[in-house]
Design a protein around this ligand. Structure first.
Ligand code: IPM
Ligand code: MN
Length: 358
């Protein structure tokens, strides 16, 4: 990347999305100046407001246009006047599917100074990564109704898994575990439910065993998803990298977000790691309508998402510096990670991150 210009599409989105996005962009500008990274950002107004005005979520041609960027940065989706699910499906899931962003990367890392609800656990105990498959499973939207609106109504929602879908996700997860090179040992834990989902998760399990043969240096481990929820709370230090299905990944990453200090700090990347693929980075916090415009929302997750964007677009050093700076700020400056209780405004937290690396 270093000698080329980094071209980023920015969707600030709804609620507090634009406020936290501004901080992430401010940090990007500062680290880019420091590291000599050339970049360009192009704003898109997709989200609830635009939908209410125009009736469209992603206009014709938008996906093709977005595809041409090196990455997409997304602030938040979700508007109080739009029915739940409409924007999530029409924007977030649509982009994940259309851009074939088949990896959802969710680091679960407790930064210094951040409070975790897990008694007796610190930053050295909570530091793992969830690799969630991002294009299949119950999210594929396959299903239907029979006898809708009658007392005999039946609904189906089908989970689909393809060999190709499992394999590309598993292979990426093994590669990632190898590259992460955890000094405590490289371990990839498949989280599924093979004792009950004897077709779909059997395919995952067999594919896992096949792919594992190419990575003898990585411990290939397995947990049922219910047991994983217990261990994440009781022994989070056990985990290095977890790879899991889309639906289970959705659930365990919210558990992960809580043990790492909440939605104010959790960030994620929707990756299409293939040649020419376009990935999208987002804070996990949502649009938090009640805090909109007050300058009290925590931008750390958004800045963390920018660090991930940099890391995944070939600017690893810049990404690592942003991550280090975040940890200086959480460790030495911020009082809390909750909106309104940080001891600083949203933009002051952005400034502190910049001060920490300059
Ligand atoms: C997430 C979110 C989304 C998901 C929603 C908003 C559709 O919860 O990114 O984890 O379920 O994937
Ligand atoms: Mn989720």
């Amino acid at each position: 990347m270093s000698d080329q210009k980094l071209n980023i599409a920015v969707i600030g989105g709804d609620g507090t999305g634009p406020e936290v996005t501004d901080e992430a962009l401010k940090v990007l500008a500062a680290i880019a100046a420091k590291e000599g990274i050339e970049f360009q950002t192009t704003p898109y107004d997709f989200g609830g407001e635009r939908y209410l005005k125009t009736g469209d979520i992603l206009p014709d041609g938008a996906v093709d246009e977005l595809q041409s960027y090196d990455a997409i940065y997304l602030g938040a989706v979700g508007h109080p006047d739009v029915a739940p699910g409409v924007l999530e499906k029409g924007l977030l899931l649509e982009l994940r599917f259309q851009l074939d962003q088949y990896i959802n990367l969710r680091p679960v890392k407790l930064y210094p100074g951040v409070e975790t609800p897990l008694a007796g656990k610190g930053p050295e105990d909570i530091d793992f990564v969830v690799v969630r498959e991002n294009t299949e499973d119950l999210y594929a939207g396959i299903g239907g109704f029979l006898k809708k609106h009658t007392a005999d109504e039946v609904a189906t929602q089908t989970a689909i898994y393809s060999r190709k879908g499992c394999e590309r996700c598993l292979r990426w997860a093994f590669e990632y575990t190898r590259k992460r090179n955890n000094p405590k040992g490289k371990r990839l834990t498949l989280v599924a439910k093979t004792n009950v989902l004897t077709y779909g998760h059997d395919l995952w399990w067999r594919t896992y065993q096949d792919v594992a043969r190419d990575y003898p240096d990585v411990e290939a481990d397995y947990n049922h998803v219910d047991a994983c929820c217990m261990w994440m709370v009781k022994n989070p230090e056990y985990y290095d990298v977890i790879v899991t299905t889309n639906m289970f990944g959705d659930i365990i990453t919210d558990l992960g977000a809580m043990i790492q200090g909440g939605m104010g700090v959790a960030a994620g990347g929707n990756l299409n790691p293939d040649e020419g693929g376009c990935s999208m980075f987002e804070p996990m916090g949502g649009s938090a309508p009640k805090y909109t415009g007050q300058g009290v929302i925590n931008p750390i997750a958004a800045i963390g998402a920018m660090a991930m964007l940099l890391e995944q677009t070939g600017c690893e050093q810049a990404g690592a510096q942003v991550l280090d700076a975040i940890q200086v700020v959480t460790g030495e400056k911020m009082k809390s990670q909750s909106a309104g209780k940080m001891g600083y405004s949203t933009s002051e937290v952005g400034d502190l991150v910049i001060e920490a690396f300059s």
